[in-house]
Design a protein around this ligand. Structure first.
Ligand SMILES: Nc1ncnc2c1ncn2[C@@H]1O[C@H](COP(=O)(O)OP(=O)(O)OP(=O)(O)O)[C@@H](O)[C@H]1O
Ligand SMILES: [Mg+2]
Length: 239
């Protein structure tokens, strides 16, 4: 069913200055699904996400959100339509409180109108953030900072929540917490597009996944199909 697809990316080509990084990336994200892109360092995963969100210049190809071609829209208009990315490295305002950081997420008119309501929802998902609402974000643990980053993304009322390596730099037990949170978001009905270095956990929670190599999608399938694929096992799971 066509309207089952909330986000579709066709023939994406992008790069930096004279260096082309993406060579015709195609992918689809089903509504209410958790879709993951895996791939080695430098494969082009972050470049793909940035291109989808309109953060790079001279991107070629098509990005369709809810049937609308948004390829020519600036980032803030994509956010307004529900395409929200939580970037790699979190990018919080360390001197601002948790609450202030969260509120920053509701910057579009659509999100601002529902800000208090959404904040309550975020606090229900992350009770820890409610406890620490007035603490400076820079003094939180890595896992808590990642919760703020995700919470801030949720404050923008995403139709598709895009997460770039949310587990990066976290201790193993916190990695598990973040993965549980991502699953919970999906259970809440959100659509999630995830980039993950932790291939094993990433595939385990994915409905569908894409493998990226050298700026191209080289393989795709359900999480379990890819987890059991001999090539994926050898190249990404160290089995
Ligand atoms: N701002 C930039 N300027 C120039 N080259 C860049 C820039 N950002 C990324 N690149 C290059 O583009 C290629 C793809 O990078 P990208 O960040 O998309 O990879 P990635 O798959 O997200 O890797 P990682 O898993 O390490 O995050 C790399 O060769 C990288 O060096
Ligand atoms: Mg990256």
């Amino acid at each position: 069913m066509a309207n089952d697809i909330v986000l579709e990316v066709k023939n994406l080509e992008a790069g930096y200055d004279d260096v082309q990084v993406l060579w015709g990336v195609n992918l689809k994200v089903r509504r209410h699904s958790l879709t993951t892109i895996i791939g080695a360092n430098g494969a082009g995963k972050t470049t793909t996400l940035k291109s989808i969100c309109g953060l790079l210049k001279n991107v070629r190809g098509t990005v369709i959100l809810n049937g609308e071609d948004i390829s020519a829209l600036p980032t803030h208009k994509r956010v307004d339509r529900g395409l929200v990315m939580v970037p790699e490295g979190r990018w919080l305002f360390p001197e601002m409180t948790v609450l202030e950081n969260l509120r920053m997420g509701a910057f579009t008119k659509r999100a601002r109108a529902k800000r208090d309501e959404t904040l309550e929802w975020v606090y229900t998902l992350f009770p820890r953030l409610k406890e620490r609402a007035n603490q400076k974000a820079g003094t939180l643990s890595g896992g808590e900072q990642q919760m703020v980053a995700i919470g801030r993304g949720l404050m923008a009322l995403p139709e598709v929540l895009i997460l770039d390596e949310p587990s990066l730099g976290l201790a193993p037990n916190l990695v598990l917490d973040i993965f549980k949170i991502i699953q919970e978001l999906k259970n809440e009905g959100l659509t999630v597009l995830l980039v993950e270095q932790n291939v094993h956990l990433g595939l385990a929670i994915s409905d569908y996944a894409y493998v990226m190599e050298n700026g191209k999608i080289i393989m795709e399938g359900t999480g379990s199909e890819l987890e059991n694929d001999p090539k994926v096992k050898e190249a990404y799971l160290g089995l």
